[in-house]
Design a protein around this ligand. Structure first.
Ligand code: OAD
Length: 235
């Protein structure tokens, strides 16, 4: 069904990194690493308690040094190599897709690796030991406080026009390891469907929008994806 010319857009969520040891968001009663999501993932949370939020993301940033990409991330690299037209959109803020070797990748919810100035918006990748501590870091350009380069609730996801364009042009849309709770990512499936794409879901539990997939594979991405990609890329 998939040939080299098939235009494929993939959306990944926390589930693809679960087998690398990064906890998903909605696993435990709306708590994320024992914090309420609103506390650590909203502009209001940052305003109210910047030290808590900073410390929370610094922990996530340090965790990146201890985890590795898994067979799910790697299978997507093989698929990208095979296809002429491929876009990977991830809601994940970890760097496991790029470390596996993915090239055409959009981090629509930001990146843990990067910090952004809360005043001048300057963005920089900062992953040296000196950037991973508990103290705030100042912007090299204007001296104001840096914040995590993460799209929090009530903030606008990144590169949406580019994503929308790819969704309206793709032949196949595949969502992997995402619960379908968070808009606008959860709506990508509908956009792709409305434009006539074949839609495939891969998830441990049936997500919110499971009924809208043409095909759904239930299980772990790291186990299912290598088989599917091998099948799809067999000449
Ligand atoms: P969720 O935690 O909501 O959902 C993760 C999904 O992955 C669940 O449906 C699990 O069943 C599934 N899952 C778990 N392990 C899996 C595995 N090994 N293989 C396949 N699926 C597995 O995470 P997201 O949908 O990514 O936003 O959450 C979306 C956004 O909500 C996140 O990007 C984050 C959060 O607020 C920001 O940080 C801005």
């Amino acid at each position: 069904m998939i040939t080299k010319q098939t235009r494929v857009v993939i959306l990944t969520g926390a589930g693809i990194s679960a087998e690398s040891g990064i906890r998903t968001f909605r696993a435990a009663d709306g708590l994320w690493e024992d914090h309420r999501i609103e506390e650590v993932a909203t502009p209001e949370g940052w305003e109210a308690n910047p030290q808590l939020v900073w410390s929370f993301y610094q922990q996530r940033r340090r965790q990146l040094l201890e985890v590795e990409s898994n067979s799910g991330h790697k299978a997507l690299v093989e698929l990208e190599k095979y296809l002429d037209n491929f876009l990977l959109v991830t809601q994940n803020v970890d760097n496991l897709h790029e470390r596996a070797g993915s090239q055409n990748l959009i981090h629509m919810h930001g990146e843990l690796e990067k910090l952004r100035c809360q005043e001048c918006q300057h963005i920089e990748s900062m992953m040296e030991e000196e950037h991973l501590g508990e103290e705030f870091i100042s912007c090299r350009q204007c001296g104001a406080r840096l914040r995590p380069h993460i799209v929090w609730f009530n903030e606008m996801p990144l590169q949406l026009p580019e994503i929308e364009k790819a969704l309206t042009q793709c032949d196949v849309f595949i969502a992997i390891g995402t619960s379908g709770h968070v808009y606008p990512a959860s709506g990508f499936l509908h956009t792709a469907r409305l434009n006539g794409s074949h839609t495939i879901g891969i998830n441990l539990d049936p997500p919110e929008n499971v009924y809208f997939f043409d095909e759904f594979f239930q299980g772990k991405a790291g186990e299912i994806l290598p088989h599917l990609v091998q099948r799809w890329t067999e000449e």
